[in-house]
Ligand binder design. Structure first.
Ligand code: A3P
Length: 303
């Protein structure tokens, strides 16, 4: 999540979670009025929306999609933050930007399905949903809360675990988010990808994306997209690692946006009891949605 990341530094507003129709927004970053308007945004066939629950690889998709658009030429993206190249639609000033932007308008969003532009349901535009195994999402989000100044600093991991399970965070309940989108997939031009597939075979996923978006890239151009989207290269790229985001939003002394970029880090944090509880909730909540995840780096090799 990187809402408001292009804001210049200044006095920090009071950031807190404010509910809108059962979904938490962050005051000072989101406006309920704007979010309520998103449904009425007029959609063009060339519009592309990347949808994620926070910490599922949003910044990664911003990198990949912006590079696809310039056919892998990283010099064409180097003077803009990822969040400026592929902005959020739920930000305070997003409507004006969206209406006047040239085609193709490529956007990211953490909003649940119920807020999305109605035109998407008439198969206008395209949606890419990126999911990540929720145990790693929880751990990544815990670390993000420690250094993101717009989010409440958790007392400790256990406290954050409870908050996540209750959906008492920005993004709300992970289970409801993924279900809300995936259960409506047939209404839209919809591509579902996972973070773990990208870790396993980035080229294969980038090829699926280019084919879904009907973009033609040569093999060399694809290589460039992939090369500049690796964890290592993004971490070393100031525009792609959010190092230049003002401190009122991110305290860079306390963390980095590109943190570990791996699968199975949850094993270093979950207790046996937390893991059992999580699995139980997962089975209960996901029984009507046939999605499977990779939970461990070893499974990645064999899957
Ligand atoms: P970790 O905190 O587990 O490292 P988002 O952009 O949705 O907030 O997601 C951030 C997460 O995606 C972080 O996870 C970050 O490291 C990971 N990520 C971003 N770019 C990545 C890349 N190129 N390869 C692997 N992971 C990446």
């Amino acid at each position: 999540m990187a809402e408001g990341f292009s804001q210049s530094s200044g006095e920090a507003p009071e950031y807190k979670l404010v509910p809108l129709r059962g979904f938490n927004l962050i005051s000072g970053i989101h406006s309920p009025e704007v979010v309520d308007q998103v449904q009425n945004f007029e959609i063009q066939d060339s519009d592309v929306f990347v949808i994620t629950y926070p910490k599922s690889g949003t910044i990664w998709l911003q990198q990949i999609l912006s590079l696809i658009e310039v056919k892998g030429d990283v010099t064409a993206t180097n003077n803009q933050l990822n969040s400026e190249r592929v902005p959020w639609i739920e930000l305070l000033d997003s409507r004006k930007q969206f209406v006047s932007a040239p085609s193709p308008r490529i956007r990211v969003s953490h909003l649940p399905y119920k807020f999305m532009p109605l035109g998407l349901k008439q198969k206008k535009g395209k949606v890419i949903y990126v999911a990540r195994n929720p145990k790693d999402v929880l751990v990544s989000y815990f670390h993000f809360h420690k250094y993101a100044n717009m989010l409440e600093t958790p007392k400790d991991f256990d406290t954050f675990f409870e908050k996540f399970m209750e959906g008492n965070v920005f993004g709300n309940c992970w289970f409801e988010h993924v279900k809300s989108w995936c259960s409506h997939k047939d209404e839209m031009n919809f591509l579902y990808i996972t973070y773990e597939e990208m870790i396993k075979d980035l080229r294969a996923v980038v090829e699926r994306i280019t084919s879904f978006l009907e973009r033609n890239l040569t093999s060399q151009q694809l290589n460039e997209v992939i090369e500049h989207s690796t964890f290592k290269n993004m971490k070393n790229n100031p525009q792609a690692n959010y190092q230049q985001i003002p401190v009122i939003l991110l305290n860079h002394q306390l963390g980095t946006f590109l943190r570990k970029g791996t699968v199975g880090d949850w094993k270093n944090y979950f207790t046996v009891a937390q893991n059992e509880r999580f699995d139980k909730v997962y089975q209960q909540k996901m029984k009507e949605v046939p999605l499977s995840f990779i939970w461990d780096m070893n499974d990645l090799v064999t899957s």
